[in-house]
Design a binder for this molecule. Structure first.
Ligand SMILES: [Zn+2]
Length: 285
């Protein structure tokens, strides 16, 4: 079974072949987490067999968080100024980092849709199973269309020097990095549909762990992010649940992993996305 769909550069209007783009900057954020052998720890999701199965893996920072994202030309022209050594947490960084998180998100949706299509074509499934697979493909394709529109919107922000609205706060543990987009939609009292996208980026900056939450700069999104944080308490918007449910996007150092108790290490490796009391004891305190 082939595991690769065809991909082209995520920059709009470009159909060149993508290189292996990092979702998280290798030099700025992965290198500090790596051991001497340049390896970080990650969880691999077993898409081909059991999507709920995670495997703990040592991955070279050269390939950690990489995906077929942008062609060489666009990878350099769009991202090189947020990858250099003079890191600054500013509008440009937040826009571009969110942009590649979303590109990665589309890649994952495409990959999943592709795998289900392959299963449907090659597998021996019952009538009901085939309906379920078709439904999954439909849902992934729907998300891809929606996310592509959002990607375009984000690209326009970058090109017009407008910014996402973002909030930054400190987290306790050192030695982790995490990137992911959260998407949901809701209807207001006038029954207008709102799409809510929140980008979550967690990095070590100057020996501190920063959590950067960014949303589109409209009233509804700003309000939600504020309400969310007020209601749940800053730094406690079910972040640990969200990370646990998306473990394959978490990068961490061996030192961080070793600092966890045996029970927490087991929790972290657990496949059932269970939230134990001891999980990530320092993450939200
Ligand atoms: Zn390109």
């Amino acid at each position: 079974m082939s595991t690769n769909a065809n991909y082209e550069c995520f920059s709009s209007g470009c159909s060149a072949e993508p290189i292996n783009s990092h979702e998280i900057s290798k030099d700025l954020f992965l290198k500090p987490l790596a051991c001497k052998n340049n390896k970080v720890l990650m969880f691999d999701k077993d898409f081909a067999n059991n999507i709920n199965q995670y495997k703990l893996k040592e991955i070279d920072i050269k390939s950690a968080t990489c995906f077929p994202g942008f062609c060489y030309e666009h990878d350099v022209s769009i991202f090189s100024d947020i990858e250099n050594k003079n890191f600054a947490l500013n509008d440009d960084f937040v826009n571009k980092q969110s942009f590649r998180v979303l590109a990665k998100e589309i890649y994952i949706q495409k990959q999943q849709s592709f795998l289900y299509k392959e299963k449907l074509l090659n597998g021996n499934y019952s009538f009901i199973e085939r309906i379920v697979l078709k439904r999954l493909i439909f849902l992934h394709n729907k998300k891809i269309r929606l996310y592509k529109k959002t990607l375009k919107k984000l690209e326009n922000l970058i090109n017009t020097n407008k910014s996402l609205y973002y909030i930054v706060y400190d987290l306790e543990p050192k030695g982790i990095a995490f990137s992911k987009m959260m998407y949901t939609h809701f209807r207001d009292r006038y029954i207008f549909r709102h799409n809510f996208h929140m980008f979550i980026n967690i990095f070590n900056v100057d020996d501190e762990t920063k959590c950067i939450l960014s949303v589109f700069n409209d009233e509804a999104s700003r309000e939600i992010i504020k309400q969310y944080l007020i209601k749940q308490g800053v730094g406690n918007f079910s972040l640990n649940r969200f990370i646990l449910q998306n473990k394959e996007r978490l990068v961490f150092s061996k030192k961080y992993y070793d600092s966890l108790s045996y029970v927490d290490q087991l929790e972290l490796k657990d496949d059932n996305n269970r939230i134990g009391n001891g999980f990530f004891p320092n993450l939200l305190e």
